[in-house]
Design a protein around this ligand. Structure first.
Ligand code: BGC
Length: 625
């Protein structure tokens, strides 16, 4: 498999900084909106006022090369601004984030350089810059606010908070000049062996419905108008339903179940105005989604009335073993290509010229892409703005993220009301995940596989501004009360042991059921501290429930913290009672490997903890003594 995220970007980029033309374009937008005829020759001067009603006129005047270029999205590592100008490329992305990421200022310069090139074409159709901002915007050098992954959002059961989180992300994206995010993932993950379970709110459609619309609204909301960030609801459809939880696998599923369990969130996202939908790498009943006319055209576009852009997953058509024609005929509008764009673009052109691909389909795809660009305000405000500089990585954003962490924690066990802990007592804090911000952020942080040195030899990347759980505890109760050396004798009665999974993304997180366990070192630390008479509080940092029968027995308290992101202080806040535990499981928690997969509603449903389970505690301030 060719993989995208670990090649180093070519050093081709030469930044040019262009000042935003906001005020002028806005004024023009108002004036020109009334222009009925779209004159190609002076199109550039009219563009700021382009409306959806003008799109057919614009499409009618486009050459084949101009149309086909719009269908192509490629990475900044493999396409220069000049390529955008020469080939009329519709979109650029930055998804090969394992090289130098660049400061926010560089991101904006780069986006503006591509935009300047796009506006320099005959028609001056703006290019749209996209990225995977799946839990905050992490792909720049600097103090990113990394939000809890979706599994934690699901546990909050708080859609209002989710909308705020998406709005935080949108603002941070705008601050770096990005106008399109490939999120939210609204997968209903039915099998925790799947390496993307953490990108799901949980196993039940009720959570998909609870969060799809608020997230789309948060990303696309009007607070930043006329600049808007486009949302992508993904992956259409049933990516979380594959047999055995195999990433990019096949879902054997009835139409009834597909519609009942996996479709409603897409309906909500579309009704809320999501500008794009990403096709799933997976198959449904043996048919690759990327080529499925039944799913992409008949269901999504015709039945649900989706009038936005269906974008492929990364090289999705080719990696699905399909031809470009098969993808287009199925209903794909924009192709996310990497290196292959240079060979695919002429192939697309040829196929239209020979009549193999119909012009009607091309026109429809272009229309959808232009519609998305209008909706994102790109014609009116194509360039980036420094308006959000102060908000990038701001304290206000960190506070929203920290609050989300607090609400996402699920308390699984709390013997004799051990939690919340007393801030005045000394505690041991130990474990592989106690002081590791990369681990607590998980995959899709700074790099595809996470900010730690990954399995592909990519070195660690700093998560600037992040607070580890240990640091959060030290800040809250005072460093003098925290003992981290487990070898020394101490009067501390409680040991907080923070352990879990190391980061992964996509298929690299697929596991057999028996592998969903703590490592021997993590287990032995819990055992040792227990044997020494400490009351163990096990905090699990993981992208899914793990098999913890032994640890449940050895621990006085157990907390599922999921992948909380950069604000480890939020975990400390709840452990020590500044806030109460309120999170609820979005996934049934299995007792044994042979129970997996286990989902609410199953016959013989006997997980260790049921869907929706979560003990509550009151903050200290509210405890009546
Ligand atoms: C993932 C998508 C992601 C895309 C771009 C793919 O491998 O499946 O979720 O948006 O890459 O990075």
């Amino acid at each position: 498999m060719a993989d995208h995220h670990w090649a180093s970007p070519a050093g081709h980029f030469q930044g040019i900084f262009f000042l935003p033309v906001l005020a002028v374009t806005l004024a023009l937008a108002g004036l020109l909106q009334s222009l009925p005829v779209f004159a190609i020759d002076d199109a550039r001067s009219s563009f700021s006022g382009l409306t959806e009603a003008d799109i057919p006129g614009l499409v009618a005047g486009m050459t084949l090369a101009e149309k086909v270029g719009q269908l192509v999205q490629t990475d900044v590592a493999v396409a220069t601004p000049n390529d955008v100008r020469e080939y009329h490329l519709g979109s650029v992305i930055s998804l090969i984030p394992d090289g130098t990421l660049g400061t926010p200022a560089l991101w904006r310069e780069r986006a503006d350089a591509y935009q300047q090139a796009a506006l320099g074409t005959r028609l001056g159709i703006p290019v749209v810059f996209g990225i995977d901002a799946v839990h905050g915007h992490s792909y720049f050098d600097g103090p990113s606010v990394i939000l809890p992954h979706n599994i934690g959002i699901g546990a909050t059961r708080n859609p209002v908070l989710a909308q705020q989180l998406a709005a935080v992300t949108a603002t941070e994206l705008l601050a770096t000049g990005v106008r399109w995010t490939f999120s939210p993932s609204i997968a209903v993950a039915r099998d925790i062996r799947w390496g993307r379970a953490f990108e799901s709110f949980g196993e039940d459609v009720s959570l998909q419905r609870m969060f799809a619309a608020p997230l789309v609204m948060g990303y696309q909301g009007s607070e930043t108008a006329p600049f808007r960030v486009g949302a992508t609801v993904k992956h259409f459809i049933a990516d979380g339903a594959t047999d055995g939880g195999v990433d990019r696998g096949n879902a054997t599923i009835s139409d009834e179940e597909l519609r009942r369990l996996h479709l409603p969130g897409f309906v909500d996202g579309i009704e809320t105005g999501a500008v794009s939908v990403m096709a799933s790498f997976s198959s449904v009943n043996g048919e690759k989604v990327h080529g499925s006319k039944m799913l992409l055209t008949e269901l999504l576009k015709n039945e649900l009335g989706f009038d936005g852009v269906v974008v492929t997953d990364w090289e999705g058509v080719t990696l699905s073993g399909l031809s470009l024609k098969e993808g287009l005929d199925g209903g794909i509008d924009m192709f996310m290509f990497a290196e292959s764009w240079k060979k695919s673009l002429p192939e697309l052109l040829r196929s239209v010229e020979t009549g193999e691909i119909s012009m009607t389909r091309i026109d429809d795809a272009v229309t959808r892409i232009l519609r998305m660009k209008v909706r994102l305000g790109l014609f009116a405000s194509p360039f980036t703005s420094d308006a959000w500089d102060a908000e990038l990585g701001s304290e206000a954003h960190r506070q929203v993220a920290r609050h989300a962490v607090r609400e996402s924690l699920v308390l699984l066990k709390n013997e004799s009301d051990l939690l919340p802990l007393d801030k005045s007592r000394r505690v041991i804090v130990a474990g592989s995940h106690a002081d590791n911000v990369a681990f607590q952020c998980g995959g899709w942080t700074k790099k595809w596989q996470g900010a730690h040195p990954d399995r592909f030899g990519n070195p660690a990347r700093p998560v600037d501004g992040a607070t580890s759980i240990l640091a959060g505890i030290r800040e809250l109760i005072g460093a003098d009360k925290v003992v981290t050396n487990t070898a020394i004798e101490t009067d501390a009665e409680v040991a907080i042991v923070i352990v879990g999974e190391e980061p992964y993304a996509e298929m690299f997180g697929d596991r057999a059921a028996e592998e969903l366990v703590l490592t021997p070192e993590q287990k032995s630390l819990i055992r040792t501290l227990h044997q020494r008479g400490k009351k163990v509080v096990t905090v699990l940092v993981s992208g899914r429930p793990l098999l913890i029968e032994e640890e449940l027995g050895l621990s006085a308290a157990v907390v599922a913290a999921w992948l909380p992101g950069s604000e480890g202080g939020g975990v400390a806040d709840v452990l020590f009672g500044d806030y109460g535990f309120s999170g609820r499981l979005g996934f049934s928690w299995p007792a044994t490997a042979d129970q997996i997969p286990v989902n609410v509603g199953d016959a013989n449903y006997e997980p260790r903890f049921e869907f929706g389970y979560g003990l509550e505690t009151l903050p200290h301030a509210k405890v009546v003594k």
